[in-house]
Design a protein. Structure first.
Length: 324
């Protein structure tokens, strides 16, 4: 292939603990500067200890990187892949140092979040900048690939997964899409809600079940600060109070893999709540390492190589920081 202006790809993840003694230091990293009480962190830590003190998210990123290496090799893209996390090993700063030492001068970054918003986009950009600063002289330039929440490579496999979950139950199932709740102030500074609403509409239409509702999960922080609603459990309670279907499909469109928010907040807590209300429940899979999703990442790389920065609106810092 022709010489292109980028010589590496960085996969930027959230990170997660891989053994019990990692859990509290990881949670302290995630919440640093937010004044979260210690007892609240201990409560969250119990969710990790209940599954052996190991989040699946790092293994999911390893699987994604392995599939992506194969995808790039098949297409003839000779681009090494590096991996760094915001909140746990391997850290972004270590990945950037590794890239610098390998002679990487310009890299693209694939962020494992599809959406706009400070926590889903801008915070990754800020942490990449901090990693470059920590790496010092010779740190590579790093440009983030664009938001992919409406890309067919995300929408189509998500629709396939929703269709499969719907097929396992009655035709009149209620379809609830879930995404991580964020503070209203953060939502106002981004296109998070608009992107979610449009992605849900497209996925539901492709799945052949246009009736749906967008709900939220995994809220944290002080109760006096307003966050996006309704919470998934409140939405289930509202469904139970009205006549209608008694089978629910939950589709975690806000996430790309079945990590802790999906396992704990949906597979355990939302399921238990739904069953206590008399519902049967199914949960659609996330896109994970679906071949179409992996091909999408390669397409985003090629798009950037061919079209340059004009395809990347988030380089304009479109997501504001509500904590400043």
């Amino acid at each position: 292939m022709a010489v292109h202006p980028y010589d590496a790809l960085l996969v930027a993840g959230f990170g997660g603990p891989e053994k019990p003694e990692d859990v509290m230091p990881f949670l302290e990293n995630v919440t640093r500067g937010r004044n979260i009480p210690r007892h609240r962190l201990a409560e969250v830590a119990e969710n990790y200890h209940a599954v052996g003190g190991r989040s699946p998210i790092n293994d999911q990123n390893r699987a994604l990187i392995a599939a992506l290496r194969d995808e790039l090799a098949r297409s003839g893209l000779r681009m090494p892949i590096y991996w760094g996390n915001r909140n746990w090993h391997p850290y972004l700063a270590d990945a950037v140092r590794e890239m610098r030492d390998a002679g990487v001068r310009r890299a693209l970054a694939f962020v494992t979040s599809a959406w706009s918003s400070y926590s889903a986009c801008r915070q990754y950009l800020d942490d990449i900048d901090a990693a470059r600063l920590a790496a010092g002289a010779g740190a590579p330039e790093i440009d983030k690939l664009r938001h992919f929440c409406l890309h067919p490579g995300f929408v189509e496999p998500m629709a396939e997964n929703v269709r499969a979950a719907l097929a396992a139950g009655p035709a009149d199932a209620a379809l609830l899409f879930t995404a991580h709740s964020i503070p209203l102030e953060m939502a106002r500074g981004s296109k998070y809600v608009q992107q979610l609403e449009e992605a849900c509409r497209r996925v539901a239409a492709l799945a052949g079940h246009p009736e749906h509702r967008l709900v939220y999960q995994s809220r944290s922080g002080p109760p006096h600060i307003p966050w996006l609603e309704p919470d998934v459990k409140d939405a289930l309670s509202s469904l139970a109070a009205a006549p209608g279907p008694r089978h629910v499909v939950l589709a975690p469109i806000g996430f790309i893999s079945d990590h802790m928010e999906v396992i704990v907040d949906l597979d355990r807590q939302a399921r238990e709540h739904a069953e206590s209300l008399g519902f049967t429940i199914a949960r659609a899979a996330t896109v994970g390492v679906h071949p179409r999703f992996i091909a999408m990442i390669r397409e985003l790389v090629v798009e950037r190589l061919e079209l340059g920065p004009r395809v990347e609106p988030c380089l304009e810092r479109c997501c504001s920081n509500p904590y400043r």
